[in-house]
Design a protein around this ligand. Structure first.
Ligand code: ZN
Length: 190
């Protein structure tokens, strides 16, 4: 994270050596140790962190907070978006958050709101939500939304899915997800 022979910006003479420290941190009574990066000058001895090191250290802390809070991690956010088959820009246009939001969520630069975390979680379970929201916002999806696991696995839809057109597949997907929601309502109440 530092270039070789980087000159110390503090004394302007020494060279910086990058080191990794085991930094104990605590969040909501949970403790862990993070591998944080910093540099030491071989002339003045000043310890310092450049922009890249600071960003790395901050990302580690945010990832730890997400884990403690039981929220989706940056990697999980990225995995869900990929499973939904959309770009970061499409995800922001459909789910909100602004143009660079998903890059920041996925890199652990920021903690998404609780509602955004919930929305992504639900969209992963019921991908028809993506189709419904995209339609509402007038966004044409480039790739075909993936079929939900339930739809793909349920025998009553399986044969039909294999032999159906794209538009019909989406209808089947929505129907099967609606039936899943109805089943949940029957089971758990509204
Ligand atoms: Zn120095």
């Amino acid at each position: 994270m530092t270039s070789e022979n980087e000159i110390c910006p503090i004394c302007g003479e020494g060279h910086l050596e990058e080191l990794v420290d085991k930094t104990p941190v605590e969040y909501k009574d949970n403790k862990t140790v993070l591998d944080t990066f910093y540099s030491v000058c071989d002339a003045c001895g000043c310890e310092q962190a450049n922009a890249a090191q600071t960003r790395h250290n901050k990302r580690l802390m945010i990832a730890f907070k997400k884990e403690v809070d039981g929220n989706l991690t940056g990697t999980e956010f990225k995995d869900i978006r990929k499973r939904l088959g959309i770009t970061q820009n499409e995800a922001a246009a459909i789910f909100g958050g602004g143009s660079v939001a998903f890059s920041k969520y996925e890199n652990d630069d920021v903690i998404p709101s609780e509602s955004m975390d919930n929305l992504l979680y639900v969209a992963d379970k019921l991908p028809a939500i993506l189709t419904i929201l995209a339609k509402r916002k007038g966004i044409k999806l480039q790739s075909k939304p993936r079929l939900s696991i339930v739809a793909a696995n349920s025998p009553q839809y399986k044969d039909e899915l294999i032999n159906s057109s794209d538009s019909k597949r989406q209808k089947i997907e929505i129907l099967s997800n609606l039936s899943l929601i109805n089943q949940s309502i029957l089971r758990y109440g509204r």
